[in-house]
Design a protein around this ligand. Structure first.
Ligand code: ZN
Length: 173
């Protein structure tokens, strides 16, 4: 049986009216595959397996994997590192028109970074019921006074993301 947290809420039902085209969905799966490979690498290094890529006009601008433990840095989430690399490559702190892919629902901090970067679209895999800032705990990209609109797609390769996380946490026991 599905948990209530897996049910799409009204907001997402509205979002789905403008769902990506079939060719966009195929690209989403391919880019999420790259993010999953990064997540897998992070897991092998003892980090919670989360990976992220930033794409604009078909160009890979940045990649990131969770590195909090290795870097002794609570802000070293996959999304933040991918945005930093993308900003450096683009030569700008604004990434207008870019899409960020991440294997797990971003936290509140990462939602803040997405807004600062003016990311056009967020595609994430699995929901994070404990800390998710997009739909699970907060809806940080939909706060009434936030004037930057981020298109959101979720659930892309979600089962692969969940499997990586499950394996990782089981291996710690
Ligand atoms: Zn985060």
């Amino acid at each position: 049986m599905k948990k209530p947290s897996d049910e799409p809420d009204e907001l997402l039902a509205i979002e789905q009216l403008a769902s990506p085209s079939p060719s966009q969905q195929r690209m989403d799966v391919l880019y999420m595959q790259q993010a999953l490979q990064l997540a897998h690498q992070a897991g092998k290094l003892g980090e919670v397996p989360v990976g992220s890529v930033v794409i604009r006009d078909g160009e890979l601008l940045g990649t990131g994997m969770n590195r909090c433990v290795m870097n002794h840095d609570p802000s070293a989430h996959a999304e933040v590192l991918a945005l930093r690399e993308a900003g450096a490559r683009a030569g700008s702190c604004r990434l207008d028109g870019a899409t960020l892919y991440v294997t797990l629902e971003p936290c509140l901090m990462c939602c803040g970074a997405l807004l600062q970067a003016r990311i056009a679209r967020l595609v994430f895999g699995a929901r994070e019921p404990g800390t998710g800032g997009v739909v699970s705990i907060h809806e940080a990209l939909r706060l009434p006074r936030v004037n930057h609109h981020v298109a959101i797609s979720e659930g892309v390769r979600a089962n692969d993301s969940k499997a990586l996380l499950r394996e990782f946490f089981q291996s710690l026991r």
